[in-house]
Write a protein that binds this ligand. Structure first.
Ligand SMILES: Cc1cc2nc3c(=O)[nH]c(=O)nc-3n(C[C@H](O)[C@H](O)[C@H](O)COP(=O)(O)OP(=O)(O)OC[C@H]3O[C@@H](n4cnc5c(N)ncnc54)[C@H](O)[C@@H]3O)c2cc1C
Ligand code: SF4
Length: 558
């Protein structure tokens, strides 16, 4: 491997604000910086081949953020959200039946009235055009691979990854050195489990005194269905089957426009059984008698997966550090019972922009924007998350059924009386520490996919249009290459084979029949950048780093 310094100097460009990630948080921050002062120079780097290519969400979108950022958005001919929620259904599933929960019994904050169903990827594509019209520079296809620090230890920007390094670590023909983007401030908007955000949280001890961040893995498909079965604006959620009562998670099914329906499943990554395969749970879920009829005769057109933050209020790290701040799901602003984070992503981008704009106007740079950290808990983001702070811990501690009931009562109390019976509950262990050994776990026998409603991993990854340059260093790095076979395999059956929704990890045997001479194989080119391995590996041995910019999924409207 060639040392980065031997590859020659990098060119540098100077900006007022550098933004990492063109999701709703990063784009909202960029737009609002320009709205507050058109002279502010702002650059956004995005690792996807285009804006939206790596965005995967539900999505039912609470427009509170968009309404604040671009109040005229509803009048725009090319507005990215057109379908308002028309029906809100919530089910508890058994293996062959379903119990619909009455809407009048639900806490008001769970209502989707006034929300929109749509594609967050398309919202981002539209936000990017708005940002560019205001003069923001956006560079898709460029991954921020390294945080740059000044001699006082403050963040001074990022470096994009080198292009054209071979698997052996040596530059190939066509090698291009990465760029340095220097900012007076840098905003990290990488979404859930950002690879640079992770290093910042460690370096500046941002998680000290906070509960561990919690996550789920969301797996999603987009279908074109029979028009006779399409009900634009219908929103359906379920919990229960196929998960057992100790495994948290649930489904979402939304009818968009043009006879398109999204269906997905979120499994909380604090599950304990190493035999569990989130992908296969999702596939069998689609065979439930409540769900299957919607898709019979339809065609699956896209597939993908992404981690979602679930720790909420008590897990949000400190947001500011010298030279920058975290926004959106890099900080973990998802309201878990509502399965919504895009509104808070936009609001946090705007809030950070307000504090940076003020700092820039005062001639400051590279100091800590501490006023942003001080402001978020009393903002609409803090209020949104505070009310639901005990729901996820109650689910985890009490199991699905009792947890959902008590979580519902707790939300009612918070909503009506402004308090919780439980104070603020803790989450307990981080997700990587929750697996039981295989010796103490029950194997799960998943049905074979039928190729009509359920599918295998490889044909699914094909529908994510994932593409990576094959001759490049593997971006799923192992701190110790011996751990998968020597520790994870005997203890947990090497769970990466099962939790990865893209079939990246395999254990291959020299002698398959006798299960002898196992080898750990990483098919890095299949990676859909969901970040689950970085979160769930029990030894915390897998470190996801950015591959060459532009690599990864190419989601259409996910
Ligand atoms: C399955 C699922 C369902 C969901 N459903 C809903 C819903 O119905 N409603 C809702 O409101 N929210 C929902 N959410 C949550 C919502 O998607 C997030 O809260 C939101 O996307 C967070 O926005 P963000 O801008 O912080 O991050 P993201 O949307 O994740 O965007 C981050 C961007 O940064 C880029 N990036 C990351 N690292 C780098 C790097 N190093 N260099 C360059 N670019 C980088 C990524 O490619 C990506 O484009 C759901 C999430 C999931 C996973
Ligand atoms: S390798 Fe990791 S990040 Fe990539 S798809 Fe698999 S679990 Fe997700």
């Amino acid at each position: 491997m060639t040392d980065s310094a031997d590859l020659g100097p990098r060119e540098a460009m100077e900006y007022d604000v550098v933004v990492v990630g063109a999701g709703p948080a990063g784009l909202a921050a960029a737009i609002h910086l320009k709205q507050l002062n058109p002279e502010t120079s702002v650059v956004v780097v995005e690792k996807g081949s285009e804006v939206g290519a790596h965005i995967l969400s539900g999505a039912v979108i609470d427009p509170i953020g968009l309404d604040k950022l671009l109040p005229e958005w509803r009048e725009a001919d090319d507005r990215p959200l057109v379908t308002e929620v028309t029906e809100d259904q919530f089910y508890y599933l058994g293996p062959s039946g379903a119990l619909r929960l009455p809407n009048f019994g639900m806490p008001k904050l769970m209502s989707n009235h006034g929300n929109f169903v749509g594609s967050l990827g398309n919202v981002c594509r539209w936000l990017a055009t708005q940002a560019e019209a205001l003069g923001v520079e956006i560079y898709p296809g460029f991954a921020a691979a390294e945080v740059l620090y000044d001699d006082k230890g403050a963040v001074k920007g990022i470096a994009t990854g080198d292009m054209g390094i071979g698997r052996d670590g040596q530059p190939k023909s066509g090698f291009t050195r990465g760029m340095e983007l220097h900012g007076k401030y840098t905003l990290f908007a990488e979404g859930a489990r950002g690879s640079l955000t992770k290093t910042l949280i460690a370096k500046f001890n941002l998680a000290d005194g906070r509960e561990p961040q919690k996550y789920g893995i969301g797996i999603k498909e987009l279908w074109q269905i029979d028009p006779a079965k399409h009900v634009p604006g219908r929103v359906q959620h379920s919990f229960g089957w196929p998960l057992d009562s100790k495994t948290g998670g649930g489904s979402f099914l939304y009818h968009l426009e043009n006879n398109q329906v999204v269906v997905g499943f979120v499994i909380h990554l604090n599950y304990t059984n190493p035999y569990l395969s989130p992908f296969d749970e999702f596939q069998r879920f689609k065979h439930h008698p409540l769900i299957a009829p919607t898709f019979e005769g339809g065609k699956r057109i896209a597939y993908g997966a992404r981690a979602i933050t679930e720790g909420g209020y008590q897990s949000v790290p400190k947001l500011s550090f010298p030279g920058g701040a975290l926004i959106g799901c890099a900080a973990g602003f998802v309201n878990v019972p509502r399965i919504k984070g895009s509104h808070n992503a936009v609001l946090s981008g705007m809030l950070a922009a307000e504090h940076l704009s003020k700092a820039l106007a005062e001639g400051r740079s590279h100091d800590e924007p501490a006023s942003y950290e001080a402001a978020w808990r009393s903002s609409e983001i803090g209020r949104d998350l505070y009310k639901v702070r005990n729901v996820k811990p109650l689910w985890s501690k009490l199991g699905t059924f009792a947890g959902v009931i008590l979580g519902g009562i707790d939300m009612h109390l918070n909503e009506k009386l402004g308090f919780s019976l439980f104070g603020t509950l803790k989450h307990g262990k981080p997700d990587y520490a929750t697996l039981k050994p295989i010796a103490e776990s029950k194997p799960i026998d998943y049905p074979k996919p039928d190729g009509k409603l359920s599918f295998d991993k490889l044909s699914s990854v094909f529908l994510s249009s994932t593409n990576h340059e094959e001759d490049q260093p593997i971006h799923l790095t192992l701190k110790d290459p011996k751990v998968p076979i020597e520790k994870n395999l005997p203890l947990y059956g090497e769970p990466a084979r099962l939790y990865c929704p893209a079939g990246v990890y395999e254990v291959v045997y020299g002698d398959e029949a006798a299960k002898k001479d196992p080898r750990f194989v990483i098919n890095a080119q299949n990676c859909v950048h969901c970040k689950t391995c970085d979160i769930k590996d029990p030894a915390q041995n897998i470190n996801w780093v950015t591959p060459e910019g532009g690599g990864g999924p190419n989601y259409p409207n996910m």
